[in-house]
Design a protein around this ligand. Structure first.
Ligand SMILES: *Cc1c(COP(=O)(O)O)cnc(C)c1O
Length: 396
């Protein structure tokens, strides 16, 4: 299977068939598994083979199909699926760290990731240093002999800065730190974080992997040693297991992820190019634009692809941003991303509301900033809708 090209892996990878030889993957909606006899139960608790299961919190055949398929896509030795993206981020960090350890993290983070690093880990005696993730000198300066892990989102939310995975990994590996990358915005289609030097990759499968707004899910990928030796023992006892039904939805999502994400990114590129310089816009942020400050890194790390999200900084602050949101006919106002439906978000008052004004300033989350997740609608329709809403945003 690992010899197959991506699209073949995404359609057939990890499939295991029951005695009925079904075409579409079966949903094993069961919490547990019956043993033939007492001896078999005893043996399975001593050692669980690859085709054996005990309890759905430990593993389940449908969940396992999803894990195998995403591991093939990522080129990872192993994977463990979780109930949500946050269960994956929290588990990756807490399964590895103990009191007295030091962590270096990028400061531009998804709100809940920031909460874990700032408020949870520190309560248990882990010290965290935050740096500007785009500044390799800052990473180097923050590293210490007791630095156990580094954490960052490879493309930041909502200002779409790109962090140099290979560059940070080289610095972190000098002190033996584990490199944990949240790769959601880069997507598993455009960015192979493990090949670039990450030790552990986490995804919120709620985003592009489902891609149709139905379920929550997450996954942690890494070496067999990390997944089975560090992550699984922690996760199977702390209860963040993915539901078999959600795993089935995500498994079917993987069949089409490449087609969807490529079409969405193509549309995002066209929209960003058409909108850049619009008189109602202060800035158009999109990693695929020639004007993006990290154009060379985008070429190296993402094959020049800017992803499925663009951010628009609208002139006139919050009032103008709200007029823009309320004028749109196609995109919905919500806070998911990577969905087939275009979704517009006002980070300053929603996803990043919790941050202080100084933190927002520092991260470039201005009152006029809109995060726009480009869906699968017709690009021309989206451009017409956005353009009309931009005009409405400036009408006072
Ligand atoms: C959404 C998101 C998460 C959290 O995922 P959930 O599935 O909502 O728990 C973590 N990191 C990033 C970058 C995200 O966008």
């Amino acid at each position: 299977m690992s010899e197959w090209n991506t699209r073949t892996k995404l359609v057939h990878g990890g499939t295991r068939r029951s005695q009925y030889n079904e075409v579409s993957e079966a949903i094993f909606l069961t919490q547990g598994f019956v043993y033939e006899n007492a001896e078999q139960a005893e043996a399975r608790f001593i050692e669980t083979g690859p085709d054996e299961f005990i309890y759905a919190r430990y593993g389940n055949p449908t969940v396992n199909m999803f894990e195998r398929r995403i591991a093939l896509l990522e080129g990872a030795e192993d994977a463990f699926a979780t109930a949500s993206g946050m269960a994956a981020v929290n588990g990756a960090l807490t399964s590895l760290l103990k009191a007295g350890d030091h962590v270096v993290s990028a400061k531009a983070l998804f709100g809940s990731c920031l909460y874990i690093l700032e408020n949870v880990l520190t309560r248990f005696g882990v010290e965290v240093t935050f740096v500007d993730g785009t500044d390799l000198d800052a990473w180097r300066a923050a590293m210490r002999p007791d630095t156990k892990a580094v954490f960052f989102e490879s493309m930041s939310n909502p200002t779409l800065e790109v962090i140099d995975i290979a560059g940070v990994a080289e610095i972190a590996h000098e002190v033996g730190a584990t490199v944990i990358v949240d790769n959601v915005f880069s997507t598993p289609v455009f960015s192979n974080a493990i090949a670039q030097g990450a030790d552990v990759v986490v995804y919120s499968a709620t985003k592009h992997i489902d891609g149709q707004g139905r379920v929550l899910g997450g996954v942690v990928l890494g070496t067999k040693e990390f997944i089975r030796g560090t992550f699984e023992p922690y996760m199977k006892h702390t209860g963040g297991a993915l539901s078999p039904f959600n795993a089935w939805v995500l498994l079917k999502g993987l069949e089409t992820i490449e087609l969807r994400v490529k079409a969405q990114a193509e549309s995002a590129q066209a929209l960003a190019e058409a909108l850049e310089g619009h008189s109602a816009l202060e800035r158009t942020l999109y990693p695929g634009l020639a004007s993006h400050p990290q154009k060379d890194l985008v070429a190296r790390q993402l094959g020049g692809k800017g992803g499925t999200v663009l951010s628009l900084d609208i002139k006139g602050g919050k009032d103008a941003a709200f007029r823009f949101l309320n004028a749109m006919q196609i995109a919905v106002i919500s806070n998911n991303l990577g969905d087939a439906k275009s979704i517009a978000t006002h980070p300053a008052t929603t996803t990043h509301q919790r941050l202080s004004d100084e933190q927002k300033d520092e991260l470039g989350i201005t009152p006029g900033l809109i995060r726009f997740s480009v869906g699968l609608e017709d690009t021309g329709d989206l451009l017409a809708d956005i353009t009309a809403a931009l005009e409405a945003s400036q009408a006072v």
